[in-house]
Design a protein around this ligand. Structure first.
Ligand SMILES: Nc1ncnc2c1ncn2[C@@H]1O[C@H](COP(=O)(O)OP(=O)(O)O)[C@@H](O)[C@H]1O
Ligand SMILES: [Mg+2]
Length: 198
């Protein structure tokens, strides 16, 4: 089972990195278009997302859209005390950035007010593989699973809506999932929205 997950991650990450710059640009624009049709996206006030890395679908058109719509954006940062969990720090045009240990651009950890995971309306998260029912395979760090484990415990509609962003090529009909994998409410790709439509 674990080996399945490793092999699948490797295969899809390779396919994702093989996309050309123009394919990536087009996919990013189409993704923003798909999202902008969703009422839950337009209504969200506090939205966490990520900056693309390793061939992940480009979020920059979404960032531009959210800024026009006056929505508040946040980026994940490693929690200073609760190891392996994420916190969310405000992301504006003025936010000073640095490269973290994975060489991913992230906000400089300053005395900025951070927002705990449960106080967001919407979390747009990266993934390696997804299934149309909301299954998610990440890069293997388990950060989002740990951060949103409270959504598994309370089987109600509390907490932020969790939505994966992906290229269509990252879709698989079924995934080798584990009990700790937190399911997504929806996945939006360059081509479709899987899951909630309200
Ligand atoms: N809620 C949790 N509490 C403690 N450890 C967790 C939790 N969720 C995941 N993990 C650990 O994180 C590791 C990576 O999780 P995995 O689901 O494989 O990664 P990803 O979701 O990034 O694909 C696993 O070994 C798992 O034991
Ligand atoms: Mg997981």
């Amino acid at each position: 089972m674990m080996q399945d997950r490793k092999a699948l991650r490797r295969e899809i990450r390779q396919q994702r990195r093989a996309l050309s710059r123009s394919q990536q640009q087009l996919a990013g624009r189409q993704l923003a278009q798909q999202l902008s049709r969703q009422i839950w996206f337009r209504r969200a006030r506090h939205i966490a997302l990520y900056l693309p890395n390793d061939g992940e679908i480009d979020t920059r058109p979404i960032i531009a859209l959210c800024r026009r719509q006056r929505q508040h954006l946040y980026l994940p940062v490693l929690h200073p005390v609760r190891h392996n969990r994420l916190w969310f720090t405000p992301y504006t045009r003025k936010t000073p950035m640095r490269l973290n240990r994975y060489r991913i651009s992230e906000p400089v950890p300053t005395g900025q007010p951070r927002r705990p995971a449960f106080a967001l309306d919407l979390v747009l998260m990266p993934l390696v593989a997804f299934s149309p029912g909301g299954g998610r395979l990440g890069m293997g760090g388990g950060y989002y699973d740990r951060t949103f484990a409270f959504k598994l415990a309370e089987k109600r509609l509390r907490g932020p809506r969790l939505v994966g962003l992906a290229h269509e090529l990252q879709r698989r009909d079924a995934l080798p999932l584990e009990p700790w994998d937190v399911p997504l409410n929806a996945v939006v790709t360059d081509n479709a929205c899987y899951g909630i439509s309200y």
